[in-house]
Write a new protein. Sequence first.
Length: 599
Amino acid sequence: MITQIKHEGLKSWVEEVAGMCRPDEIYLCDGTREEYDRLMAQMVDAGVAIPLKERSHSFLFRSDPSDVARVEDRTYVSTTSRDDAGPINNWMAPDELKGTMKKLYDGCMKGRTMYVIPFSMGPIGSPLAKIGIQVTDSAYATCNMHLMTRVGDKVLDALGTDGEFIPCLHSIGAPLEQGQEDSDWPCAPMEEKYISHFPEENLIWSYGSGYGGNALLGKKCLSLRLASPIAKREGWLAEHMLIVRLTNPEGRQYHIAGAFPSACGKTNLAMIQPTIPGWKAETIGDDIAWMQIRPNGRLHAINPETGFFGVAPGTSNGSNPVAVDMLKENAIFTNCALTDNGDVWWEEMDGDPPAHAIDWKGRDWTPGTDEPAAHPNARFTAPAEQCPSLSPDWEDPEGVPIDIFIFGGRRATTIPLVHEAYNWDHGVFLGASASSEITAAIIVESGLGHVRRDPFAMKPFCGYNMGDYFQHWFEMGDSMGEKAPRIFYVNWFRKGDNDRWLWPGFGDNSRVLKWMCDRVDGKVGAKETPIGLMPEDGGLDLSGLSVPKEDMEELLAVDPKMWLAELPDIEAYFEQFGKHLPDRLRVQLVGLRERLNNY
Ligand code: GTP
Ligand code: SPV
Ligand code: MN
């Protein structure tokens, strides 16, 4: 198999990895549908993939209960100097980390096949695209990579005999001794998992987990943690953002890029079906945006992925009918429940819960059971082309010009439904001070529901010192000047009494988007508040919506006491960056405190 590789650098890397991991076989992926079907068939035969009767070419997988999400406490940015990784990344010196991991990799693929996956993030041949080669002992990861990235011969062709590629080594960390029976989801124990990034040599080493961003290395590892320092050096942006195009009734298009933390609404906003008449939305990306300033002076964005790896629970015809349509066939489901008629199910799906199902741990489940049937971070994987709202321009190598940035998070209190930055510097402050309750998309010790700072939704994904990242955002704004996108902050997740949502969310978020577009065009006014510009009375289009007046007032209220109570936390958070913290952020914080005290 290795003899097929014409790129000497790639061949020697694959040989070196094979020598260390010692797989039984090496298999070079060609990216064809036939290959995908063959791997799936093997996994069905082995009993680890369950074909779904109700959805053609679709399969359910159940992970090990210890391996259900990204493991942030085990994720490392490994630079020679600790300062380059910054205070909020886990850090270890490259030599030490490699030493530890080499011991784990030694013979780790025994009894398994090593898949070599050439993939491209971004349209093949586009100047923004990056080629990676993932080596993995997981057929599940390989099939997911087929859907999420551009895989196969065409990538090797683009690489040629001496092109640049990013080596991405992945092992589930579970060698099979002769005669040993395999488990359904082999993986290593938590303390042996390492998701490691070496930005100084553009190298990824992931060990011990088969789940999501831990194992699909093109996504968070390459497209964010490695791409972000490259983008800083080269003067562009690699962001944890959805991209959506809105068209107003007059036919004017707006492109919006939004950064919300994991499981805080990017996929849903990317697939929004506006509830206001005459407005239309098209999906371009749901998780990652690579953006570059073009000769016209505007910031253009591409989505480097080709599929959606989305949160299943909560997905329904009421919340996200586009995703429901997209998932009818050719989808992979992970940690969803299985119904008696051979379909998947998850909490808050349409209709009544099934009378009986098999839960994500493989146990009998009936309604009323304490634990949910699907894991809260159960996921679907589906190809972008199946998304009914996909924009015809989603693969345009030129990207789309961004008009609006949105930051946000999940906060039950304090943060209003929407506010707008006074200017670019204030907008960078809004991004830098963003916060959110921790969701099930992450396994961290601080735990579910706890509020943490998540600047630009990049806390877990910035591959260099976050203080320098803030400075990069200021400089990007300086370069764009008047042509910079406008910046807004939203919170769809305010709660009222009895734990109920104050805002209906989903399609009705279009009402907030419309206000933003009208602001860009100068069609609607705004009132000045200490935290930013906000809709005037009647400024939001709420026609046909039945949110009680008191709820609307609460959604748009600014309580200076609660905001002042946030400031010490923001300040302490900022100050940990020391000399890396741009003074322009300190100036913003002082301004906010003054405005709040005078309110
Ligand atoms: P990652 O894939 O982890 O990056 O998540 P994401 O940001 O794409 O989040 P996603 O759109 O998958 O939403 C996560 C959860 O939040 C799902 O259960 C959604 O149903 C729910 N959600 C999304 N948008 C809204 C909203 O406007 N209001 C409410 N109440 N819930 C929402
Ligand atoms: C996230 O956690 O932000 C995700 C899911 O998009 S994962 O691919 O696991 O990173
Ligand atoms: Mn994400």
